[in-house]
Design a protein around this ligand. Structure first.
Ligand code: NAI
Ligand code: MG
Length: 398
């Protein structure tokens, strides 16, 4: 295949730092691509009043595959305060460009694998029954519905009259919230549609079959959030019965799942959840395999657009270090997910093997792997810099 064109979206803070490192690894591994760079993030908001300009949307629409670093997001009022003075009072309102991107392109399927690397000093351990310490190998893949639910953006403070009146038709609303003046109400909706709930659940089952996982766990809260969590659970039950009888279907509530996490994480395989609970579960499982420095993700749409990003944010407190200390592995792993997606599996596999070798050898470790507080001094204290970690991975490519 000829040269691919990849849209590179560095974003803010450490997003830009780690994206550069991922591109270095891709080049070294022989992935032939041209990168076209797109603007996204906080600077764009401050300067143009739009953190996701149309020109960036056009680039992604044209080339279909994007690597994304991370962006900085801030609450509404802080955002307005940082807008360029000339843009004040012109009706610009801030919303997260990555959430916007997911919705614009319908990137509804989000996959977040959490697999422990042998020799990672951050791997989860627990007191054993037969040995003093057990280190269960975690191999969990979270399927997060990426466009609906609590991240759908359908929300109001002081809702318009029609919305308020509609809410008042619900007996529970009247009973429990009817006392509250409209202007003092804040409402965020949790919308699940059958179509996209089915898509994420089916994607989870298909992944389980393809990669030999024994179970799919729906991690929601259908006993309390009856309509939306209930919809996902019902869809999963029917789908398992009709289409995936060989895969075991489990049901955990998100709160209980957070507890089971440290008791028996090895019992879980594929987990499927709505947007918010998927986000929570994926950060929680990432904690068992080394934290955000190791947590990668892929997201794609029905029509094949794919955006690949580490799940961490822009970590502004580390962004301006003269020598960057953050761990590039989450971003490099996200690039591997991109390679899998575009059928460059052999290159992905070589990069993953190189990462595994560096981790197992244990000679090169970023500050997080050494359990240090993130300060510039960590380099003098023996931690590898971001680029030294990348160099080590490149050196192990075979
Ligand atoms: P964060 O993920 O940026 O950082 C939290 C902490 O995790 C850091 O202080 C650091 O200790 C650790 N960490 C993150 N990435 C690491 C890496 N590669 N290597 C080693 N340690 C790492 O989350 P935070 O501080 O809550 O948010 C910072 C900004 O990022 C906010 O503006 C937030 O809105 C945004 N954000 C953006 C996301 C995105 O672009 N997809 C996702 C999450 C947060
Ligand atoms: Mg998150």
């Amino acid at each position: 295949m000829g040269k691919r064109t990849i849209v590179a979206l560095p974003g803010d803070g450490i997003g830009a730092v780690v994206l550069k490192e991922a591109v270095r690894v891709l080049d070294a591994a022989g992935f032939e691509a041209e990168y076209v760079y797109g603007d996204i993030g906080w600077d764009l908001w401050c300067k143009e009043g739009n953190p996701l300009p149309q020109r960036t949307i056009d680039l992604i629409a044209q080339h279909k595959i994007a690597l994304f670093g991370a962006i900085t997001s801030k609450p509404k009022d802080d955002a307005v305060a940082e807008l360029a003075p000339a843009l004040h009072g012109k009706g610009f309102t801030y919303s997260s460009p990555i959430v916007g991107l997911r919705q614009h392109f319908g990137l509804d399927i989000c996959i977040r694998p959490c697999k422990s690397y042998k020799g990672n000093p951050l791997n989860f351990i627990r007191r054993g029954t037969t040995t003093p310490v057990e280190e269960p190998l975690i191999d969990v893949v979270i399927f997060r519905q990426n466009t609906e639910g609590l991240y759908g953006g359908v929300e109001w403070s002081n809702p318009p009259a029609q919305v308020y009146d509609a809410l008042m038709t619900h007996p529970k609303f009247r009973e429990n919230f009817g006392w509250c003046p409209k202007e003092e109400l804040a409402v965020s909706t949790r919308i699940f549609t059958k179509k996209y709930t089915e898509r994420i659940v089916r994607a989870a089952f298909e992944h389980a079959v393809k990669f030999g996982y024994k179970s799919v766990t729906v991690c929601e809260k259908p006993n309390v959030i009856r309509e939306t969590s209930g919809l996902m659970w019902k869809i999963a039950k029917d789908m398992q019965k009709n289409d995936f009888p060989s895969i075991k279907l489990l049901n955990t509530n998100i709160d209980a799942q957070m507890m089971w996490l440290t008791k028996n994480p090895e019992d879980y395989g594929v987990i499927v959840a709505g947007n918010m609970f998927g986000d929570i579960a994926s950060d929680a499982f990432a904690g068992l395999i080394g934290g955000l420095g190791f947590a990668c993700s892929a997201q794609f749409s029905e029509d094949g657009i794919g955006v690949f990003e580490p799940t961490h944010g822009s970590a502004p407190k580390y962004a301006d270090f003269k020598v960057s200390i953050v761990n590039p592995i989450a971003m490099i792993e996200s690039a591997c997910m991109m390679l899998d997606y575009i059928e460059e599996k052999a290159i992905a596999s070589r990069i993953r093997k190189a990462i595994a070798t560096v981790i197992e050898e244990g000679k090169v470790r970023t500050y997080d792997m050494m359990k240090m507080a993130g300060k510039p001094e960590v380099i003098e204290q023996g931690a590898a810099s971001t680029s030294q970690m990348t160099d080590a991975i490149i050196a192990c490519l075979k």
